[in-house]
Each structure stands twice: as C-alpha cells, then as structure tokens.
Design a binder for this molecule. Structure first.
Ligand SMILES: Cc1cc2nc3c(=O)[nH]c(=O)nc-3n(C[C@H](O)[C@H](O)[C@H](O)COP(=O)(O)OP(=O)(O)OC[C@H]3O[C@@H](n4cnc5c(N)ncnc54)[C@H](O)[C@@H]3O)c2cc1C
Length: 458
C-alpha cells in the first residue's frame, strides 16, 4: 500500500496553481489535507501557458513573489492591438513572467511544506463517492495501478478544464459539460533568440492582437517577451479550428515574429482554456470547484492563474469554517459561491459579454473601434479592473462624425452597455442561499440567451 491514511478533512484533486494554494491554506488552518495529482511530481507546473502572473496575487495571499530562477521579468501591462495593428489600447497592470515549471514546483513544495498529511503524485481521481448527505470522497487509481476510496469531509476539485469529477458529478447545480463555444484552443512556442534580439522591442509590455476574420477567429495572438532573449508566442482560436491551429500558428505567429534563422524552440504545445463566466454554482454538498475546473479564467483576457489561486484560497477558508461548524452541506459551502460571485464572478460575467462581442465582430469594426478611440485606455482598464464600461455616447458620436459614420456599430455598442448593466444588476442579486438559486439561474440563462442571440447570431 502506497498510502498510510484513507480519511481526511479535505482532499484536493489537482496540484496546479489553484489546487496547490487550496491545499496549502487548508493545511495552514490546521485541517488534515490530502493533495493528489495524476502527473509525476517533477512535472507538476509544466503547463502550456502564456506564463504571465498578475503581481497583485502575491500581496493578496501574502506569499513571496517569483524570484531566483523562477523569475524572468516584471512587465508594466498589455497592449491590445487592432486587427490591422495600426492602433492599440494599453492596460497598465504589473505582471510577472515566470519559468512555469519552477513556479508550479515552488507552489507545490510550499503546499507540501505547509503540513499537508498526504501528497500522492501519479494518482488519478476517477470518480466521486457519496453518502446520503452528498460527496464523501473520491475513488482514485494509485501509482501502482490499484484502486482505492479516499474519504473526506470536503473535496476541492482543482483538476482543470476537463475535470472528470465535474463531468460525472450527480448534481442538479453543477454544469457538467462546458459548451464548445466557450472553449478556446491554444498553441504556443517558447523561443530562445540570440542575445538581446532586435525582435524583442517593447520589453515592458505584452502584445495581444485580435483578428477574428483571419488570423485568430474567436481568440487572439500573443507575443510575450519573457526576458531579453526568450519569448512566449501563441495563438488562441475557436475549438472547431483544431485541424488548422498549427498551420495558423506557423503562418501568422511563428513566421511573422521569428524572421531570423538562429533560434531555439524550448517548447511547443497546445492546450484548451475555458473562456466564459464562472460556473453558476461552484459548490454542492461536500464539494467545491476551483480554477479552470470551475471556469474561473477571466473571459476577456484568458488569465486564470491569479484567479484560480484566489479561488483556492477562498475554498480553503470556507472549508475551515464548515469543518469547525461540523457542517459540510451546501448550506455552509454556499458561502464559497457568494465570495466567488462578489470577488470576480460578477466581473467575469460582464467580461463574458465583451468576449462574445469581440469574438464575433468583423475585424473592420474592431479596427474602427480602436482607431477612433471609441474604446479608450481608460475604458478598457475600467473594464479590466472593475467590470464596468461607461461609454460616453455624445463624445463617441463626435468622434465618429469626424470619420466614417457607422450607426449600426454605435447601436450595437449601446446595446452592449445595456446588457452589461443588466448582467451587473442580476449578479448583484446573486442568491445568498441555495433556496432562491433555481429562479436566479433561470433569469441568468434567459439573459445570456438574449445576449448570444444579439451578438453571435446577429
Ligand atoms: C495557452 C494558454 C496560455 C495561458 N496563459 C496564461 C497567462 O499568461 N496567465 C494566466 O494567468 N493564465 C493563463 N492561462 C490560463 C491558466 O494557465 C489556467 O487558468 C491555470 O493554469 C489553471 O490552473 P488550475 O490549477 O485551475 O488548473 P491546471 O493548471 O490545469 O491544473 C490541474 C491539475 O490537475 C491535475 N489533474 C487533472 N485531472 C486529474 C485527475 N483526474 N486526478 C488527479 N489530478 C488531475 C493535472 O495534472 C494538473 O496538475 C493560459 C492558458 C492556456 C491554455
């Protein structure tokens, strides 16, 4: 037997950034924690990613920021380019670039050192187990191939976008399958260039380029200078472009940015990111979902590391309260839903409308919006930080009249803000208990169906 105990307060499934933080903070609160991951210990953290982590998360969690070999650079923010790349918007938000494997390994080691009871690598969660109150543990396949039931008061699922547990849970509250339209397929390379390459010009900012018509339908192209000699370049697109993504990446990203012959490809790989608002309930009796497993990625920009770490921290706090109160039912775990919705859930719901708007607008409209300053640096930053878009229509009309008038686009922008306000108001009234959840969920569903009709099918 590779395992000494079978009973825990909390089992955390997945030792990525979200799960490592959940396990660490649960253990620091004195809970008996088991952390498992299907990957080999030395590979945990080796995730296909853009490798940027918002700096604010380290202050929020009071943990050390990246340093030593894990640290590559600190950037000032993003520049979001129009499809024709003639104009851009700047979002100032400090973010670290990290060696992703070392960063993941550090978070994992800190979780293990925080006093978790058991860490099992190469151990896969296959299914949930239930008692009459709800989830009471998981069935796992251990490293040696044997299957065993691990029992816990609470399961925290941090096993990523394709979570087996979310897809198979017996629950009327949890969304099992993420719709394909909300999944973005990515392909990226990390490339080492000759020292201080001229290609890496804007070292202070990360570049995002949107081009829904041609180069990146439904996603964006990114160019992140991780250091003076290393770049992370990639492309995200609708999942139905699966057969084309490598070709698009080669043609529109690699060959475009890498024009010289002496380079080394450190790594090239693809992965899927859920790009939508959070699961409407991230909890049920005895279980909470965090990070990509709960769709906690910001749908407007694809950043999910910091948000998942936040969610992991919150799940640990709520687990502690539930265990001290000896009540692991949804009534107590509902606090987790309330915290998620008031921290970033409502903001992400607003970002989701922006995501849909940008995914389906023709490139020429996006060129126009950015070039004519219809969306300004201030607007986009307000949207990023506060989930608000407060367009000044008189000013916009003046700006537009100086150029080619596009009344249809203006009307669409107006309805965009109208729907954003509706979403804000709905999410302000997120239910404070499960009793009124069903009614709220119906309202949410009906509002987003209208939004899909307006921005996707129109
Ligand atoms: C190409 C790309 C670029 C990105 N760029 C950025 C970026 O620059 N900045 C940013 O903030 N975000 C970025 N993201 C998003 C970010 O990578 C994710 O949101 C974040 O890594 C999610 O962390 P997680 O811990 O929730 O899930 P994951 O990192 O997916 O971790 C899940 C863990 O669970 C384990 N696991 C899976 N199934 C099981 C099972 N059944 N049993 C046991 N263990 C299991 C896996 O081995 C893994 O270790 C990017 C995503 C992609 C795809």
């Amino acid at each position: 037997m590779e395992i000494s105990k079978l009973n825990f307060d909390v089992i955390v499934v997945g030792a990525g950034t979200s799960g490592a933080i959940a396990a660490r903070f649960a253990a620091q609160q004195g809970l008996k924690v088991c952390l498992i991951d299907s990957n080999t210990r030395s590979e945990i953290g080796n995730k296909v990613c853009g490798d940027g982590v918002l700096a604010t998360i380290f202050d929020f969690l009071h943990i050390s920021p990246p340093k030593g070999d894990e640290f590559l650079s600190l950037k000032r923010g993003f520049r979001l380019y129009s499809p024709d790349q003639k104009s851009s918007l700047t979002i100032k938000i400090p973010l670290y670039f990290v060696d992703r494997l070392r960063f993941g390994q550090r978070l994992l080691n800190e979780a293990i050192d925080s006093g978790i009871d058991e860490f099992l690598d190469k151990t896969r969660a296959i299914n949930l187990t239930y008692n009459k109150e709800g989830v009471d543990g998981i069935k796992v396949r251990l490293k040696n191939g044997s299957k065993v039931d691990l029992k816990s008061k609470i399961v925290i699922d941090a096993s990523g976008c394709y979570s087996t547990l979310r897809r198979t849970i017996k629950s009327t509250l949890i969304t099992n399958e993420i719709p394909k339209r909300d999944l973005v397929l990515c392909f990226r390379s990390i490339v080492k260039l000759p020292s201080k390459s001229k290609l890496i010009q804007d070292l202070d900012y990360c570049t995002l380029i949107i081009d829904p018509d041609k180069r990146s339908p439904g996603g964006f192209i990114w160019y992140f200078p991780k250091s003076e000699t290393i770049i992370n370049i990639g492309l995200g697109t609708f999942i139905q472009y699966k057969g084309l993504i490598k070709e698009y990446f080669q043609k529109y990203v690699f060959d475009y940015f890498i024009t010289q012959t002496n380079f080394d490809i450190i790594s090239s790989a693809g992965c899927v990111v859920p790009l939508r608002r959070s699961l409407l309930s991230c909890a049920d009796n005895g279980i909470m979902f965090v990070g990509d497993a709960a769709c906690h990625v910001d749908p407007a920009n694809g950043g999910g590391i910091d948000v998942g770490m936040r969610a992991g921290y919150y799940a640990a706090q709520v687990a502690k309260n539930a265990i001290y109160a000896n009540d692991y039912s949804l009534n107590t775990l509902w606090d987790y839903n309330s915290i998620i919705m008031s921290d970033f859930g409502a903001k992400h719901a607003v970002s989701d409308i922006i995501r849909l708007f940008f995914q389906y607008k023709p490139s020429k409209d996006l060129n126009f919006i950015i070039k004519k300053n219809i969306l300004t640096d201030t607007d986009i930053s307000k949207l990023w930080f506060h989930g608000e878009l407060d367009l000044n229509y008189k000013a916009i009309i003046k700006k537009v009249l100086k150029g080619i008038t596009r009344p249809k686009l203006l009307l669409e922008l107006k309805s965009l803000t109208k729907y954003m306000n509706k979403v804000i108001n709905l999410y302000k009234n997120y239910p404070n208990s499960v009793n009124s959840f069903e009614k709220w969920r119906e309202q949410e569903k009906s509002l987003f169906e209208k939004i899909y009709l307006k921005f996707i099918l129109n």
